[in-house]
Design a protein around this ligand. Structure first.
Ligand SMILES: [Zn+2]
Ligand SMILES: [Zn+2]
Length: 227
């Protein structure tokens, strides 16, 4: 009896522990080989099934279900890391597009921002009337608190939040992400994760090699400007 009552009082704590134990992004051994950079609270990681070369993820070290669930204390660090990814992309590929499924279409239930070098992509809110333009992470947190799930697209200018509806999601994949990916890879169709994992190995190796060079350049620039 005593066992049971203590178990129930710990239910919340235990369930979070279970989630972390099963979460791919909480288990370092899954992502360690793909980690490109660490900041105090974030990791920049190569996606294991890239849709194009340079497909990266920004993942908080702590377990949050989505960026709408992450605290404001991460905002500046996230902004800086996104800027660094932008410089890396623009030197090696093209402009970035950022994408978050939210909880709605996630396969791993741990916040992660996809960074795709597939820009320029300018989403026309006037024309499509899907989504809501936002001005920062604060708006994502507010949406998450008020309305719950969402998904997120950031083009060359703005971020947009969308309601977690299948029609909106397929609309964005079909009309925005799909064409942009096709324009930047030899694959013209959206491929399954398994296919992308197999085809992706050389893409990951190449992106990680380019990142090393990029880091050297950034360090050299920082040194010469501080002299
Ligand atoms: Zn996790
Ligand atoms: Zn994802």
């Amino acid at each position: 009896m005593q066992r049971q009552s203590s178990a129930s009082s710990d239910t919340h704590k235990n369930s979070l522990l279970d989630i972390k134990r099963e979460c791919t992004f909480c288990q370092m051994e899954h992502i360690a080989p793909m980690v490109m950079k660490e900041t105090p609270n974030l990791r920049l990681v190569a996606d294991h099934a890239p849709v194009v070369e340079g497909h990266l993820l920004i993942i908080p070290k702590q377990h949050y279900t989505c960026y709408g669930d992450a605290p404001a204390s991460l905002d500046a660090e996230l902004f800086d890391l996104k800027q660094e990814v932008r410089r890396f992309f623009e030197l090696n590929y093209t402009e970035p597009v950022y994408w978050e499924h939210g909880i709605f279409h996630q396969t791993v239930y741990h916040a992660h921002l996809h960074c795709f070098p597939i820009g320029p992509l300018i989403y026309d809110l006037e024309q499509h009337e899907h989504g809501q333009r936002i001005h920062g992470q604060e708006d994502i947190r507010a949406w998450h608190q008020e309305k719950g799930h969402y998904f997120y697209l950031e083009d060359g200018h703005y971020g947009y939040l969308f309601p977690p509806q299948a029609e909106d999601y397929s609309f964005i994949i079909k009309n925005e992400l799909g064409p942009a990916v096709a324009a930047h890879s030899s694959y013209k169709q959206w491929r399954l994760s398994q296919e992308r994992q197999v085809d992706g190995k050389p893409l990951i190796a190449s992106a990680m090699g380019r990142w090393k060079e990029f880091e050297h350049t950034e360090q050299a620039d920082a040194q010469s400007s501080s002299q």
